[in-house]
Design a protein around this ligand. Structure first.
Ligand SMILES: Nc1ncnc2c1ncn2[C@@H]1O[C@H](COP(=O)(O)OP(=O)(O)OP(=O)(O)O)[C@@H](O)[C@H]1O
Ligand SMILES: [Mg+2]
Length: 289
């Protein structure tokens, strides 16, 4: 979809829009390529952040609902979903479900999201639905419902759902799979981030690129890591997520890998990524202050 200034309602950063309630940091996991590890990253990074004391909400904005399933929330239990929130029929708080992980909550998605783009195509605030919902929630949230981080899992598309996520976000996390065509499509993604920043959300930044499904035995994977680091420099997190079968098994048990097997290499990598993100956050906040 195109990002035009006519979508513009309130381009000021969230922090300057008044209100004294602390806004959570909103990080969006996005890449229009399918199957690169977005959902695995959202679930396990969210769990890792919760494990180190942060209070985290995962927002599932993908009609596939893999983050919801992977966190053990069955379709029949998704009575109020992110669709209801984005069409304006329910506040975000009504869609929030507590998970088996302390301090980790979920706003689940349903297939209804597939129709959202057409349903709200003519609404002036269509690109700000998620941002407004998060701000309204944060303004009155207390206790365990006051989040320090919101992680948004996006569909493999640069559609209105992803634009809503980017309009609400402080940072974009880009998972890149360690494969031959890793960088393909990245420039289009970066261009979209730039357009959203110009037209909709001046605060938006690329938080970092996370290399996923790395297999040390594969020479090509090593070459890809070297190429991506050379092209993207410091934007790439130090932590590389290995290819690890425990990460792919865990969702079928409705559990994050960190709950399924905390000692596996995948869980350990997501714990390292969480601490790296907290470190990087300190730098981001210092620059913003
Ligand atoms: N590090 C990993 N090691 C092994 N398997 C992985 C790893 N990361 C993800 N997978 C598996 O690869 C597949 C795709 O991962 P995932 O669903 O996280 O990608 P995605 O980018 O969210 O996909 P989509 O674009 O369809 O939403 C899944 O089956 C997942 O379990
Ligand atoms: Mg996914």
């Amino acid at each position: 979809m195109s990002v035009s200034a006519s979508n513009h309602l309130d381009p000021r950063p969230a922090a300057s829009r008044g209100g004294s309630a602390p806004m959570p940091r909103v990080l969006v996991v996005a890449n229009q390529k399918g199957g690169v590890g977005k959902t695995t990253t959202a679930i396990n990074l969210g769990t890792a952040l919760a494990a180190i004391g942060e209070s985290v909400l995962i927002v599932d904005l993908d009609p596939q609902g893999n983050a919801s399933t992977g966190l053990g929330v069955e379709r029949k239990d998704r009575r109020v979903s992110t669709y209801d929130v984005l069409v304006g029929e329910a506040p975000l708080g009504d869609a929030i479900i507590e998970t088996a992980i302390p301090r980790l909550h979920l706003a689940a998605s349903t297939l209804d999201l597939l129709g959202l783009e057409l349903e709200i195509a003519n609404e002036r605030d269509r690109t700000f639905r998620l941002r407004n919902a998060i701000a309204a929630h944060a303004a009155q949230a207390t206790g365990k419902f006051a989040y320090s981080y919101v992680l948004v899992d996006c569909p493999p598309s640069l559609n209105l759902l992803t634009i809503n996520a980017m309009s609400a976000a402080h940072g974009v996390l880009v998972p890149l799979q360690c494969e031959f065509f890793a960088l393909e499509g990245l420039s289009q993604l970066l261009q979209t981030v730039d357009q959203v920043k110009q037209a909709l959300n001046a605060e938006l930044a690329i938080h970092g690129i996370v290399l996923t499904m790395y297999d040390a035995r594969n020479n090509l994977a090593n070459q890809v890591v070297a190429d991506v680091r050379e092209t993207m420099g410091d934007t790439v997190y130090e932590t590389v997520i290995p290819r690890n079968v425990r990460l792919s098994e865990a969702p079928s048990y409705g559990k994050p890998a960190l709950l399924y097997d905390i000692r596996c290499s995948g869980s350990q990598a997501y714990l390292r990524l969480a601490s790296e993100i907290i470190q990087r956050e300190k730098r981001f906040r210092a620059v913003a202050a």
